[in-house]
Design a protein around this ligand. Structure first.
Ligand SMILES: O=C(O)CCC(=O)C(=O)O
Ligand SMILES: [Fe+2]
Length: 351
């Protein structure tokens, strides 16, 4: 299942629904509140709509998993389906209320390129210097043990996800750690992971000393805004172990001089809608459970990382549903001096 060449039509009224959506009859329907993220397969959707005429295809309308395009062979069939299903509870589709519009062909790129990004499966394919992905870094048994360990400890509730901090607390207001508040050494349950990092095939693996762990728990549909971990807060290597569920991680390299962060809010400026900005290079990689991601060098210092707020991810030709949760262990070494990286434009110590 790839991206679709149809889209929802632009509204004709100022921000509201089209005054008369019937004006725009087309054989393609944009159907909201319907899709794999709400448990409806493309086959089931196709079957429900085919009572009105031949369905040529059902595609994702966007990355949400809750909006699809149903393409009929004829406008008449689309119109019958529209009249029967729009704004009504559809008993053949798990009793969901469908919201339908006639769909129009999507303009050709560059606009289309903004919404869809090819997702790589390996670090070679992604090709960002300094980024490494190790599949099956831990066993399923170790994964279970790590999850049991964090679930037996108190979580801190943020607006959309839960976290735990070890070693040093990470402060989300300053995007930094308070180095005067040492919480103690990393807990013993993380030792097998640290040992495996030391034994990894990285050139300088044996010298890696990690002293800060943030555990994140993301419910489905929750991601993380684009950011670069504050340069001066942590040293070069940042490890992130994925547990329990998959996600995709997107990487963005902003053009010279465009990226800027607002220290007061820690928000990245020039980016009102993270799905639609254009002033950056964009790549994405699939992070399966038990994989370890390493960001170092250019990947750590120059690329923003971002977990889209999706319930499903399009990976190659598959739609992958986020699990009931994803838990990540981010392991870093707290830095004690300013950052001297070669990426001054992204560096809080050199701006
Ligand atoms: O969940 C992850 O894999 C990444 C977390 C992260 O980027 C962070 O805590 O800064
Ligand atoms: Fe991060």
């Amino acid at each position: 299942m790839g991206s679709t060449k149809f889209m929802r039509p632009k509204e004709e009224t100022n921000g509201g629904e089209a005054e008369n959506p019937r004006k725009l009859v087309s054989p393609n329907l944009y159907v909201a509140n319907c899709g794999p993220a709400v448990g409806l397969t493309y086959e089931a959707i196709s079957m429900a709509f085919s009572q009105f005429g031949e369905v040529r295809g059902v595609h994702a309308a966007d990355d949400s998993g809750t909006r699809v395009i149903v393409s009929f062979s004829s406008e008449g069939s689309a119109e019958s389906a529209f009249n029967a299903f729009n704004g009504r509870r559809c008993s053949q589709l798990a009793g969901r209320f469908l919201h339908i519009r006639y769909s129009v062909p999507r303009p050709s790129s560059p606009a289309r390129g903004h919404d869809f990004v090819d997702v790589s499966l390996t670090d070679e394919e992604l090709n960002i210097p300094g980024l490494h992905l190790f599949h099956d870094f831990i066993t399923p048994k170790e994964e279970k043990e790590l999850l049991a360990a964090v679930d037996s400890r108190p979580w801190i509730r943020l607006a959309k996800r839960r976290v735990q901090h070890y070693g040093y607390e990470f402060c989300y207001q300053t995007r930094n750690v308070d180095t005067t508040k040492f919480l103690g050494g990393l807990p013993s349950f993380v030792s097998p992971v640290l040992e495996r990092i030391l034994a990894s095939p990285l050139d300088d693996a044996a010298t890696i000393k990690l002293d800060q762990l943030t555990v994140n728990e993301y419910p489905p549909g929750v991601g993380l805004s684009p950011h670069i971990d504050t340069h001066s807060a942590f040293e070069d290597k940042i490890f992130s172990l994925s547990l329990a569920g998959p996600c995709i991680m997107e990487f963005r390299r902003y053009q010279e001089g465009i990226w800027q962060s607002d220290p007061a809010t820690s928000k990245i400026m020039h980016e009102e809608n993270p799905e639609s900005s254009t002033n950056f290079l964009r790549k994405a990689i699939y992070l399966p459970p038990r994989s370890m991601l390493l960001l170092s060098g250019e990947a750590r210092y120059a690329w923003n990382h971002y977990i889209p707020h999706h319930k499903v991810d399009n990976v190659k030709d598959s739609v992958i549903r986020r699990a009931s949760r994803r838990v990540s262990f981010t392991l870093r070494k707290v830095s004690t001096g300013p950052c001297c990286c070669e990426y001054g434009q992204y560096c809080d110590s050199q701006r």
